[in-house]
Design a protein around this ligand. Sequence first.
Ligand code: FES
Length: 577
Amino acid sequence: MGHYPPVSTPRRSVAWFGSADRDGFIHRSWMRNQGLPSDAFDGRPVIGICNTWSELTPCNGHFRELADHVRRGVLDAGGVPLEFPVLSLGETLMRPTTMMFRNLAAMDVEETVRANPLDGVVLLAGCDKTTPSLLMGAASCDLPAIMVSGGPMLSGKYRGRDIGSGTSVWEFSENTRAGKMSPQEFMEAEACMSRSAGHCMTMGTASTMASLVEALGMGLPGNAAIPAVDARRKVLARDAGRRICAMVEEDLTMSRILDRRAFENAIRVSGAIGGSTNAVVHLLALAGRVGVPLTLDDWDVLGRDVPCLVDLMPSGRALMEDFYYAGGLPVVIRELGERVHRDALTVNGQTLGENCADAECFDREVIRPLDRPVAPHGGIAVLRGNLAPDGAVLKPSAASPELSKHRGRAVVFEDIDDYKSRVDDPDLDVEPDDVMVLKNCGPRGYPGFPEVGNMALPKKLLERGVRDMVRISDARMSGTAYGTVVLHTAPEAAVGGPLALVETGDVIELDVEARRLHLAVDDDELERRRSRWNPPPPHSERGYYRLYVEHVMQADKGADFGFLVGKSGAPIPRESH
Ligand code: FES
C-alpha cells in the first residue's frame, strides 16, 4: 500500500481511497473491478457525472454519449470520472406529473453525492424537471458543480413550416377540435415535430432552465442553446469535464456562484427570453436551498422593466436552433447591459460580463436590440388580491393584450375531472367573456402541481373562432403554452385558499397592469362559504404521496419540501464497515 501518497489535501475522496487499512482496501478493491488503475486512487480529483439518462425521458436519451464526452474531459484534466444514475423525470410520460417527483429526485442527488467519494460533480440535465432537481440536490451538498444541459432538438418541420414542441401541439390540437385540421394531418404532424435527440426546442421550461443555468453562472457559455446533436454540444461537455477538475482545486463551490446577484441575473434574463412561468417556482426553491433570500415579488420587481428580446415560441416565432445560430444567450446578456450584474462569478472562473463581452448577433430578427423588442414587458406579472393573497403569476408576453384588463363571470370547474367531463358539453353555459376557473390542481390538491392551467377552451367557443379567454387556477402551465392564464394561485384551493370559495356566476376582475386579481364577492358571503368548505379527502395514506402532501410548500415558496430548505454541505459520513 506504500505507493499511495500521504494525504495532504482536504479532498473528500481521500477519506475513502487514501487509507492503507481494511476500509481503504474495500473502497479501492471493488472499484478496481471496473478497470481503475492504481493511480486513480492517488489523490486526484474524483468527479461524479450525475446522469439523468433514461429511455423513459426521451429528451435525455442521448445522455450516455454526452456523459462520455464529460468523462473524456475529466480524464484530460487528470481526474477520475465516475458516472452515476439518479431518478430521471420524463415530462411526457410520467403521471400524475413530473413535478410530483422533482423534490424526490433532488433528494436522490443530494444523498448520492454526499454518501460517495466525490470531490466535484457534473450535472447532466435536459427535460424540464431534471434541471431544477439536480441543481437543488447538488446545492444542498455545495460541492463544486457544473451543469451541462442536453441541448434542444432540431426545429420541427411540417409541410414547409417550422413547428415547435408543445406550442404547435396546443395549436394543432385546438385546430383539430375546431375542425380546421384533419385527424390525418394531426397524426402526420406528430412525426414531424421531434426529429432529433434533445429537449423541447421552443422557449419552454427546458430551454428556459438551460438558459437560466447559463445566466446563474452554473453552466459554461453556450450551454443554453447549442442543439443537442451539434458537435459543439459534445465539446461543451468535454470542456465541462476539464473545468470541473480545476474547480475542485479552486474550491469553487455552488454557494460561491449562486449568490443574490446570480438569481437577479437569472430573473432578468428570464424576462428577456420570454421564459417559462415554471422558472419562478424552480428558482424560488433553488434560492431556498442556498439560503439566498428571494421572494415571488422579486420576480415582478426585477423583471418588470425587462423587454422580451428573443422572438421564440411560445411568445414569438422562432426556435432554439435559430436562437443558437443568432448568437445564443451571450448576445442577450450583453444586450441587457447594466440590467445584469456583470461581475457575477461563473463556473469557468470568469464573470458573466467577461463571458459575454464579445458576443455577436447574427440575426437581429431572432434576438432583438433593446430599442426594438418583441414585447415591452418580458417578465412575470405577480398578481395579488382577495383571490390570491399569497400571489399568482401571469406571463404578459404570452397573454392577449385585450384581456389583460378584464371583468368576467366565473365558470368554475371543481377539479380536473370535472373540467374534462364538462368542458366540451354543448350545454355548458360559457361565453368568450367568461373567466374559466379550475380548482384543486395545486401542489397538494392534484397532488403534484401539474401543467393543466392552460386549460383548452370549450369546443363550442373554438368553433366560433375564440382563441383566448382568461383562465385562473392553482396549477402550473407548460412553458410552451400561451394565453391569458393566471397560474400558481396561492394559497391553493385544497388548503382552503380563496380559490376554493369561487362559485360559477361570481364576478372576477383581472388587471395585469395594476397587478390585481379580485373576486367581487363580499366578505360576509365568503365567510359563509368558508364555513361550509371541507378539504378534499387525501389521495393516499402511505408512501411517497403521503410524504409529498404532508411536506410540500405552496407555490409562492417554490413547492419544495419544508424539511429540504437549506443546505447541509458535504461532510464525510461515518464509515460503514
Ligand atoms: Fe422534455 Fe419538453 S418534454 S423538455
